[in-house]
Design a protein around this ligand. Structure first.
Ligand code: NAD
Length: 480
């Protein structure tokens, strides 16, 4: 696909598609060749005002619509996303860089998410609590919180907006979505699927702009009842403190630095197969990417060898090329960050087994990298690398592994490889994370809550928790 088939980028406000017109624009860059794909219009203050007014006006009718009506819209949207999956996946690879195979899977996961919330919205049950007297009736109602704002990142341009859109709409909320400016077309196509499925005007609006200006405007408005953000912990803290002024509800899915405990009884080859696939997916720009590997000392050498052998077979290239296992990094900020982090780890005595350098451009490519014996005070062991870098260290005991896994303020994903049920139970209890994969990296699915603890965030997306995150709970106590 050539850049000429990349869609025209627009805003979507009150059911209308709005082209740049006289608005400010910014170029969208293909990270694989640095070509300009298109010009993204920025919403001005009048656009943000119009989006907010539309979401507010649409709320009463959407709140009062039958969950069956909302389910029907989301299901039709899911069907259109599936029909258009090849086109949307190509847009994603062009603007984000990940291999087409990964992009397609992510687009289909967005369709699954729309569909799952369509069903779960029909089961947004409250409950009846036994009264204190024969005539008292106590009901607990779930009500949509109202107008919501959502800010999605560039690393998963399909699944992160889909969770926010489907959660809000299934619960009966209206939404103003800002997908990432680096990856606008994917989010636009998800919105288009709902528009084409019959979305009522104002229920979902999409804007782009300078992130701090858009979030600043929306989080200042009393009409916005809740916001959802996926991105870095630093920005999450900033938005949470801003929104605290008006006590807005929040769902925050922030950074991670996932530990992986490979225990003495683990099948090293199987673990290496799964972990190499998981680590270098999306060039490591994944909040739940396995990153700090704590391997039992008795298996350390075997694991490093098995891991490095597999990494050296990875082919890096343009994501549109079917033979590429790993695409470019999404933007030059990641190249600068990895250059600094890897130099620091080497200076502190880490062993570099493979990779460690940028690949000559054009494009923001980086070699798949493996370091071992990385001191805990290296910046890489403390800051999220958000890149294709695995850090492998030996540990002597389970207590040591758990203590080192829990050392950071992050608590998003964690993984372990062991068949030993006593070890599993200790890990399930002892590891501080929102999600734990044991002999599995599959921890993201519409049916189950996805979220972190500690500084990795508040609340969950997906699962029944993801729906309830868009609801207020109201107690009604009635008597004769
Ligand atoms: P960044 O902190 O500048 O931005 C992260 C995301 O937040 C981007 O999508 C950006 O558009 C958005 N953002 C930034 N300031 C904002 C504001 N004031 N209001 C609303 N949105 C705002 O970092 P970056 O260079 O784009 O990404 C690097 C870091 O971000 C990574 O190290 C990683 O920790 C984090 N990140 C995490 C996720 C995730 O899935 N949790 C996704 C993307 C980035």
């Amino acid at each position: 696909m050539s850049a000429s088939t990349y869609p025209q980028l627009q805003l979507y406000i009150n059911g209308e598609w709005l082209a740049a017109g006289g608005r400010a624009t910014e170029p969208v860059i293909n990270p694989a060749d640095e070509a300009v794909l298109g010009q993204l219009p920025h919403a001005g203050e009048a656009d943000l005002q119009a989006a907010l007014a539309a979401a507010k006006a649409a709320f009463p009718a959407w709140r009062d619509a039958s969950p069956l009506v909302r389910a029907d819209l989301l299901r039709k949207g899911a069907a259109l996303i599936r029909e258009r999956a090849d086109h949307i996946a190509r847009c994603m690879t062009l603007e984000q860089g990940k291999p087409l195979r990964e992009a397609r899977a992510e687009v289909l996961a967005a369709a699954d998410t729309y569909e799952w919330y369509a069903e779960e919205g029909r089961r947004n049950y409250g409950r009846i609590v036994p009264g204190k007297t024969p005539t008292q009736r106590i009901s607990v109602l779930h009500e949509p919180v109202g107008v919501c704002a959502a800010f999605a990142p560039w690393n998963f341009p399909s699944i992160t907006p889909a969770r926010k859109i489907a959660g809000a709409l299934a619960a009966g909320c209206t939404l103003i979505l800002k997908p990432a400016e680096e990856t606008p077309a994917t989010g636009q196509e998800l919105v288009r699927a709902l528009h084409d499925a019959g979305l009522p005007a104002g229920v979902l609006n999409m804007v782009f702009g300078v992130p701090a200006e858009v979030s600043g405007y929306l989080l200042d408005r009393p009409e916005v009842a809740k916001f959802s953000f996926t991105g870095s912990t630093a920005v999450g803290k900033l938005l949470a403190s801003h929104a605290a002024k008006s006590m807005k509800r929040a769902t925050l899915e922030l950074g991670g630095h996932a530990p992986v405990i490979v225990w003495s009884d683990a099948d090293v080859d199987r673990a290496a197969d799964m972990l190499v696939a998981g680590k270098y997916r999306n060039a490591g720009q994944v909040c739940i990417a396995p990153t700090r590997f704590y391997v039992h000392a008795s298996r350390f050498d075997a694991f490093v060898q098995a891991f490095v052998e597999r990494v050296e077979k990875l082919r890096v290239g343009n994501g549109l090329d079917e033979s590429s296992h790993m695409g470019p990094l999404a933007n030059p900020r990641r190249i600068a960050a990895l250059t600094r982090l890897i130099a620091d780890a080497k200076e502190r005595g880490a062993t570099l087994h493979t990779g460690g350098r940028p690949i000559a451009g054009p494009g923001y490519f980086w070699e798949p990298t493996v370091l071992s014996k990385v001191p805990e005070d290296a910046a890489l062991m403390n800051e999220e690398p958000f890149g294709p870098v695995a850090l492998i260290n030996p540990v002597q005991s389970l207590d040591e592994a758990i203590a080192r896994a829990n050392r950071l303020p992050y608590g998003l994903a964690a993984y372990a490889f062991t068949q030993d049920s006593a070890v599993r139970q200790r890990l399930a209890k002892g590891v501080e994370s929102g999600m734990l994969g044991i002999n599995s990296l599959n921890i993201s699915m519409p049916e189950a809550p996805f979220g972190g603890v500690k500084e990795s965030g508040w609340g969950s997306e997906c699962g029944l928790e993801g729906l309830q995150a868009y609801c207020n709970v109201k107690l009604v106590s009635e008597d004769q």
